[in-house]
Design a protein around this ligand. Sequence first.
Ligand SMILES: *Cc1c(COP(=O)(O)O)cnc(C)c1O
Length: 407
Amino acid sequence: MTKNTTFDKPFTRQEPIPEAGIEQAVELMRTGKLHRYNTDAGEISETAKLEQEFADYLGVPYCLACASGGYALHIALKAAGLNAGDKVITNAFTLAPVPGAIHNAGGVPVLAEIDNNYCVDLVHLEALMQNGDCRFFMISHMRGHIADMHAITSLCEQYGVLLIEDCAHTMGASWDNQASGTFGTVACFSTQTYKHINSGEGGFLTTHDEQIMARAIMHSGSYMLFERHGAAPAKEVFDQIRLETPNYSGRMDNLRATLLRAQLPLLSDNCQRWNQLYEIAEAQLIDTPGLELPLRPAKETYVGSSIQFRASGLSAEDIQTMVTACAARGVELKWFGNLDPQGFTSRYDSWRYLDTPPRLQATLDILATTLDMRIPLTFDADDMKTITAIIIEEYSALTNNLKQAAS
Ligand SMILES: *Cc1c(COP(=O)(O)O)cnc(C)c1O
């Protein structure tokens, strides 16, 4: 590797859909039966099979496949009983669909600070809960960082707050050997292309609460065909709510379900492959003076599909310089501290539809130097070494220049 080494693989290229999934999808298209309720007598649709398989995978009784992860978050709040104007706590470091889902459901996002490891700050969280006017906490396991879930669930219990988990980045992860998504009352997952299984668009809502699942299924647009769901409560549960629960149409279709059914059996292996790549980058970056990596607690089994680090000592201008220099060599870093949202990043204060968001100094300080990099499975170990070497070179060159300028 020389100073001019560049990297030329795209950071947004996913692996192909497994052949078995492609074959299933083609076969399905030949029948034209793409709608999840377009089944013959006694037939179980691909979508219903997928729901059962994902419920079994996670170890929960109920699962609903939806049109997107953000949609699942939206109806999770509605199904859990959110009324217009209700406050919903969420961590300030998350992706735009989370506050968007709260807003879409008629709720008001209340933002909590994060800590150095990109998890919700437990002290600030408790202070918000102590105010007593928030009945919901939508925790976003942003970039796969999992907070102390036992501490979170006991706070929720103590203050009577209902927990909804956004597991867009933790499908396949766990805390203290318990799957992420099984701590709260409801969990939502995304199967959009950039997540851990890929159907283009899609998501899951899971819960162990039969009332919430019955309402979620009605919301998703089941008409009166809820008996064609597998991982769902008994008909009697629907009888109580079916006429008072609005249809917010957002179903998954059978074509997407075939693609996901072929990927689910590969998920555990893929999570290990992600972690092998993550650990290569982590080992090199962590040894670079000035770069700060988040602590990964022993209880956290993460999925390293992206990596975050802080480039300490750099100003906003320096960070821009570093991002540009890395990009010129083919390495795509995202800066989560940018006031101007770019790509998928957006800082909480750019969500202008929120009424005067408070100044969250800890979060702003952490994000000011936070860089983020996706780790697609189309990269291999050598790719990770090349990429991290480029990052370290550019950071070192920049900090040396800064030192020289100062002396
Ligand atoms: C992608 C994502 C979502 C929403 O998923 P979509 O399927 O794109 O609606 C929610 N939360 C986080 C943190 C995400 O990254």
